[in-house]
Design a protein around this ligand. Structure first.
Ligand code: B12
Length: 375
């Protein structure tokens, strides 16, 4: 089941009570900083930057303020309804199944009625997507959340023992992916994994939850989280909530603007020094590099800054597509990946980067390899 499909299952049974596995309490200044990061993303309202995941994350964290909430939710609703009811073939482009499922979660979180004519069109569209995608498999965390949701909803009494076994199976799979640092998979798959374990706790997961929570808080403190989707999966956990908590939200709450906290920006006293980064491009392992150049960028620059510098100074070219997670590299030197291919980001010789071009910051002397790979 694709993660978006599981999101849909979740959506259909948001009526369950959450049982929590504990993570260490988060420092309120840190929580304030993450909330502010997401609120800053919320200020971006261009159609391609509207992001239902951000709304869901904030809504599960007692934000945004009522005023920001109305504005953002309205923009989301107009955009998504137009995308599906527009007669023009691909203008604006139709949201993916995952985006549509997140949007419907956002509408639910915003206490709006989905059961309207326009809402029904979207739900029907989601069902079509679901039919097309039902044989694909990906993340265990989303599957686990979906099973917890089904289990608690009691909608399928005949399947109760099957669902229970499936839920235990995926929970064991998540626990089996625990790393020595305490993550499940890696730092970026851990927020959703923790949400899953919070909804399907067992005595076995108690210690693992606590350790993963501590590791995530450390990563967060060190600035490892920039991707808005991942931040919005993480913030609810800091409030001991999950996607399944959407149903228990108080629709009459009075949410105000976030109180100012004591975080002070550290002033930049010195011009950053320049570092050198080598950029190589290959489309086939055996062939020579299509591009190989060295570029000088300020220390702390992102990989996207390096690509942009390379494009300015050489024959190198690249294109990106805006996604809910940020810019995704779609073409390099005019080459667009074929079906089930993508441009993989590696630190030479063969270490895949764990962040995208907008968030990864290369070190001095590092070689980055853009490699056409199979997904
Ligand atoms: C599926 C997937 C892929 C597929 C996407 C293609 C497809 N047809 O589905 C492939 C294999 C191509 C892929 C590639 C990469 N991925 Co990926 N991917 C995922 C996954 C499992 C699900 C994404 C999704 O469906 N999102 C939900 C929908 C609603 O949002 P969406 O915006 O419509 O989805 C699109 C984007 O998410 C985009 N996408 C996928 N991965 C990435 C990574 C980045 C950085 C960006 C900006 C966009 C992006 O593809 C989706 C479909 O079009 C997530 C894990 C997760 N559970 O989120 C990791 C994840 C997003 N990927 C990740 C990474 C690191 C990458 C790579 C940078 C790996 C690499 N070293 O090359 C590359 C991106 C390189 C590039 N060209 O820019 C990380 C991001 C971590 C971070 N800090 O931001 C995640 C969280 C996995 C992880 N736990 O480490 N990915």
């Amino acid at each position: 089941m694709k993660s978006a499909v599981k999101l849909l299952v979740l959506l259909s049974c948001l009526g369950v009570s959450a049982q929590l596995c504990e993570i260490p309490p988060a420092d309120s200044l840190l929580v304030g900083r993450v909330t502010r990061q997401l609120l800053a993303w919320m200020a971006r309202r261009s159609p391609e930057e509207l992001n239902p995941s951000i709304y869901v994350g904030l809504r599960l964290s007692n934000q945004p303020s009522q005023h920001q909430d109305d504005l953002y939710l309205n923009s989301l609703m107009i955009h998504y309804q137009q995308s599906f009811t527009s007669l023009a073939l691909d203008h604006p482009p139709k949201p993916s199944m995952g985006q549509l499922a997140l949007y419907l979660l956002a509408v639910r979180g915003g206490c709006k009625d989905i059961d309207t004519r326009k809402g029904n069109v979207l739900v029907t569209q989601l069902k079509h997507y679901l039919e097309e995608e039902k044989h694909r498999i990906d993340t265990a965390a989303m599957a686990s959340l979906a099973f917890s949701c089904l289990q608690a909803s009691g909608l399928n009494p005949g399947l109760a023992s099957w669902i229970s076994r499936a839920s235990e199976h995926v929970r064991d799979k998540i626990l089996g992916e625990e790393t020595s640092e305490g993550y499940f998979g890696n730092i970026y798959s851990s927020p959703l994994a923790l949400q899953a374990l919070m909804e399907a706790p067992s005595p076995v997961s108690e210690v693992a939850c606590f350790q993963a929570g501590a590791a995530l808080l450390k990563g967060l403190q060190e600035g490892a989280f920039q991707n808005p989707i991942l931040l919005s999966q993480l913030l609810p956990i800091l409030h001991q909530r999950t996607y399944l908590s959407l149903m228990q939200l108080d629709c009459n709450d009075k949410r105000g603007p976030l109180e100012a906290d004591l975080i002070t920006q550290i002033p930049l006293t010195q011009e950053p020094r320049n570092i050198r980064v080598q950029l190589k491009v290959r489309a086939e392992p055996q062939l020579m590099f299509l591009h190989d150049g060295q570029y000088s960028v300020p220390e702390g620059a992102t990989l996207e800054d390096v690509l942009s510098k390379a494009q300015e100074e050489s024959w190198f070219t690249y294109e990106t597509q805006t996604t809910l997670s940020g810019p995704f590299l779609t073409a390099v030197m005019g080459i667009r990946p074929g079906e089930r291919q993508y441009w993989q980001l590696l630190r030479a010789p063969d270490t895949p980067l764990m962040q995208g071009i907008a968030n990864y910051r290369p070190q001095d002397g590092e070689t980055i390899l853009l490699s056409l790979a199979n997904s």
